[in-house]
Design a protein around this ligand. Sequence first.
Ligand code: ADP
Length: 360
Amino acid sequence: GFSRRGVRGNFVPPIRSNGSNTGNVTSRIAGKGEDAIDDSTKRCLELLCGPDGELPEKLRNLEPRLIEHVSNEIMDRDPNVRWDDIAGLEHAKKCVTEMVIWPLLRPDIFKGCRSPGRGLLLFGPPGTGKTMIGKAIAGEAKATFFYISASSLTSKWIGEGEKLVRALFGVASCRQPAVIFVDEIDSLLSQRKSEGEHESSRRLKTQFLIEMEGFDSGNEQILLIGATNRPQELDEAARRRLTKRLYIPLPTSEARAWIIKNLLEKDGLFNLSNEDTDTICKLTEGYSGSDMKNLVKDASMGPLREALKQGIEITKLKKEDMRPVNLQDFEKALHEVRPSVSLNELGTYEKWNEQFGSLS
Ligand code: ADP
């Protein structure tokens, strides 16, 4: 089938072809001795053709199945995250707006002295909203979002990572403005020369840097965002290309309160007093945004379990039979959901931030 699900499972509606007849794509590619390509691949290539019905230069020598993979699995037309969905991180939001959103919206103003860096690094503990920020940037700048996890290039795409990287940057340049989000970028641009560092992973890194260099010097409206929770593993070359480096820390107490309220209110389950919320915030020092989400999930099972204990059958259970989530639900959930980041790790981020971060 012709599945258009994004990497994170978001449904991406297929876009309509502009109606121009581009049926000769298949024959051209088939003529290059490739395997026969099926309808979905063909349709995907057609959507990338210019008004002249030709596939853009950059994509011509790439394997159709890789282009299709990028279009269907890596590209996300509607990332569906807005600034308001992200708790706290006011500083990061402000920096990102000036550094990358304005330039994407107004390339005519942001040139010459004002020309922006094309590489942004978001670093910090896992589960703090780095991916959300990437998606929100794409949304705010009306850009196409591409998400790839760098570790998949070395694990899942063994031997083909280089080609996939070319396809990724190739498709992105046809879909400008574009935001390319590379998760776990340290695994791609690491300075560690591990014993058995394969020739192939060295080539992959080189290819990636070449692609970045390419759009850095040109007029392309492409922003590369790298995310990592191991910034100290990036080498000098990687740092040089990721000119803006923003620390994305754990949520503050206020941000944690906001996450709790926001998630519960969405389901009509919020009825905590300010005092109870404060108590929960005190007990969740060190929890990441993602830990908070898991905590809320667990706590929200409390009212359900209680209603069932009273003998109501699950099939007959009505929403009204359940009370809102309360402090005790959270206290129980706190035993199940522990913080995933250690204090130790935080020190490393702060040190790296002082040395290499954009503190503006
Ligand atoms: P990262 O990319 O930093 O590892 P994500 O952006 O993927 O983390 O966040 C994972 C999930 O945790 C999000 O989908 C969201 O539900 C929750 N989350 C993390 N940080 C925040 C935040 N600052 N505000 C709201 N939700 C958050």
